[in-house]
Design a protein around this ligand. Structure first.
Ligand SMILES: Cc1cc2nc3c(=O)[nH]c(=O)nc-3n(C[C@H](O)[C@H](O)[C@H](O)COP(=O)(O)O)c2cc1C
Length: 222
């Protein structure tokens, strides 16, 4: 696929078939993630690929605790850039994934190594977080290029200690992003975003864009 077709169609995909993902493809995805940039090239990231049924079940239970709260709290939340129908579709997909997370072929947990990450540039933890997320985006795009569905999620890791216990992580390894992977049952893309003129600034922040952006309701999670 052409690179920009990959990028602009890499939608969050939350419904997958039961078909497994071959190990060499999973390795390829981690290789793509691992190629992401990092502060001082210290590469303070780890990737846990979960395929074991019992482990997936345990992660799905953690995810359910916080996604069900999110769904209850955000059912009515307004977003001026999203129609009520699209909002309903989004919530239905999040709920579907909550119910089926234990069945997905694989779950990747992207982790930050808080000791290895350079400290002090943006404040504790921020550098580690940014380099994990940059690498995660590589993984999402690589997955899209291979036709694999994925979505970066965080709600399943809200209880970090519980996630650490499930994954046998030492204290300095912080689980940050939970990425389910599977062959999608729906279609990719196109992604929909706020108009560029609301977010693109030349030379300095301009109030025209700022006032257009200020009507956005702050979501409580996700
Ligand atoms: C920081 C962050 C946290 C997110 N957490 C969740 C989550 O917990 N559960 C979930 O289903 N999606 C989660 N998402 C995915 C977003 O819902 C998704 O990126 C957004 O709705 C745009 O979707 P689209 O790319 O299909 O347009 C998260 C995304 C980001 C960047």
């Amino acid at each position: 696929m052409e690179f920009f077709d990959v990028l602009f169609s890499a939608r969050a995909m939350r419904r997958y078939s039961d078909e497994p993902i071959a190990e060499d493809l999973l390795v390829r995805l981690i290789e793509a993630a691992h190629a992401g940039p990092s502060g001082s090239n210290r590469q303070s990231r780890h990737w846990i690929v979960v395929r074991d049924a019992e482990q997936k079940q345990r992660l799905a239970e953690l995810n359910r605790r916080f996604v069900s709260r999110y769904l209850e709290a955000n059912r009515e939340a307004a977003n001026p850039h999203v129609t009520p129908e699209k909002r309903e579709r989004f919530l239905a997909a999040v709920e579907y994934q909550m119910e089926h997370l234990h069945e997905v072929p694989a779950i990747v947990i992207a982790c930050a190594d808080m000791v290895r990450a350079p400290q002090g540039t943006f404040g504790e933890g921020v550098q580690a977080a940014t380099e994990v997320w940059g690498a995660v985006q590589n993984l999402l795009l690589a997955a899209r290029a291979l036709g694999i569905g994925s979505v970066p999620t965080t709600l399943g890791l809200v209880d970090r200690d519980a996630a650490r216990e499930v994954l046998n992580l030492p204290d300095h390894i912080l689980p940050m992003v939970l990425i389910p992977l599977g062959w999608p049952t729906g279609n990719f893309g196109p992604i929909r975003r706020r108009p560029l003129e609301e977010v693109l600034h030349w030379d300095r922040y301009d109030t025209g864009a700022a006032s257009a952006a200020s009507d956005v309701t702050r979501p409580s999670a996700d």
